[in-house]
Design a protein. Structure first.
Length: 430
């Protein structure tokens, strides 16, 4: 690679503008470590005059990102727009076809189009790097692609979304409800100020699960329907009860091979306070891999925000500047395979079930009898009466049961007039 490298940044949101400043501030450091002199020759966003965290050089600003290529010889392009389709996909495809290296934190783009984009990068002998797409500043993708390259990984799981982890931790610490803590998270910049839905409903974490699967198991990105649940329905009451039972509620992303089939899921889980994952709090992320011969490996760090994300983006940059042309997913696209999907109906867990019921005789026995009909056995039971309102809260921890049994059983409970609201189900992490 030549000594002078021209760089373009498309997208100047929180991450893009922070990256822009980091490239300027750390230019000499990058040259010392790689022998390459970087020049930012083009930046692009919708609005040139928008108030930003750092000042920009308006002489190199382009409202239309495709104009960049007409006037400059670009070597490396950072895509920081963040959508799965539209301009994000078009600009990346265009640049790869122009034999320009791509670096992106865009997990939505990679989770949806990563297979085709990696083929395009390989065909043009350039890099498609996306370390920052999963777990912010934690180098989990490089760890799987390089550090654990000769290990047989059977499982990857963890806390993959800093926003939801902060909300659940803060609800426990502050004793405040979901809505109040969400507002707090938005003020602190941990949650999107406008629409944080993709964090809260599990979609963000699920995109990361699919990327991790592809790297860990050398498979094409899965498109199958999987269990995906967010934290929108987690109530303070559940967090308090979990606390009494020595559990915490965490949104976990899980990917594993079961009977040579791929299983992927994102859902809230009750995890023991005595476990490592049960003590990863605040905006922290943690990713755990299980494999042979290395056993269990743990990486933890800040998973969100422009600082940690820029750290991973610059790591990818240095990798390219050192001349490392690599397969985006660790091996050739031709050698990556489709893995049959595990049937979600057979997914098995102990369950936390909370029922709000009328406080009258026979209600508890009707619930336990119904569970027994579906071969769901009770491991622990707590009944808390509310005499004043003639109600009661019944919490049941079950022994392991399948998703299929749990679904069918809950449908029957919906018809029980003594149950005052939809029963709350949270899986226990085994």
């Amino acid at each position: 690679m030549k000594k002078n490298i021209n760089i373009a940044i498309v997208g100047l949101g929180q991450i893009g503008i922070y990256l822009y400043n980091e490239l300027i501030v750390k230019r000499k450091d990058i040259e010392t470590k790689t022998g390459k002199n970087i020049n930012i020759v083009a930046i692009s966003a919708k609005n040139k005059n928008k108030k930003r965290r750092f000042k920009i050089n308006k002489k190199i600003f382009y409202s239309n990102p495709f104009e960049i290529f007409k006037e400059n010889k670009i070597d490396i392009l950072f895509e920081c727009i963040g959508t799965s389709d539209g301009i994000s996909k078009k600009i990346v495809e265009f640049a790869l076809n122009k034999k320009i290296h791509i670096i992106t934190p865009n997990k939505a783009l990679i989770a949806k189009h990563g297979d085709k984009l990696s083929e395009l990068a390989e065909r043009n002998n350039v890099n498609l790097e996306f370390e920052a797409s999963v777990a912010g500043g934690i180098p989990i993708l490089k760890t799987i692609k390089e550090g654990l390259a000769t290990n047989k990984i059977k499982k990857v799981y963890g806390i993959l979304n800093g926003t939801t982890n902060y909300i659940l931790s803060e609800m426990e610490n502050s004793n405040e409800n979901f809505k109040k803590v969400l507002i707090k998270a938005q003020k602190l910049g941990y949650a999107e100020p406008g629409n944080p839905k993709l964090d809260l409903n599990g979609y963000d974490a699920f995109s990361k699960v699919r990327i991790l699967s592809a790297l860990a198991f050398n498979n094409k990105i899965s498109k199958s329907k999987c269990i995906m649940q967010g934290i929108e329905n987690i109530e303070l009451k559940d967090i308090k009860i979990a606390n009494q039972l020595n559990y915490r509620i965490k949104l976990l992303g899980i990917s594993e091979i079961i009977n040579n089939q791929l299983f992927e899921t994102v859902h809230p889980s009750l995890v023991s306070k005595n476990t490592y994952i049960g003590n990863v709090n605040g905006v922290m992320n943690a990713v755990i891999t299980e494999g042979k011969p290395v056993g269990e490996s743990v990486l933890q760090g800040e998973g969100a925000g422009p600082g940690p994300t820029s750290s991973s983006l610059l790591s990818d940059l240095l990798s390219i500047l050192r001349g490392n042309i690599k397969y985006p997913f660790g091996i050739s696209s031709k050698k990556r395979k489709f893995i049959k999907t595990y049937n979600n109906d057979y997914y098995s867990n102990s369950l936390y079930l909370r029922f709000e019921v009328k406080d009258k005789s026979g209600v508890l026995s009707s619930i336990t009898n119904q569970l027994a009909k579906f071969k769901i056995s009770v491991k622990r039971l707590i009944q808390t009466p509310d005499k004043k309102n003639k109600k009661a809260t019944i919490v049941i921890i079950t022994h392991k049961t399948s998703e299929k049994n749990a679904k069918k059983c809950l449908l029957i409970f919906m018809k029980n007039r003594n149950i005052l609201e939809k029963p709350k189900l949270i899986r226990l992490y085994n």
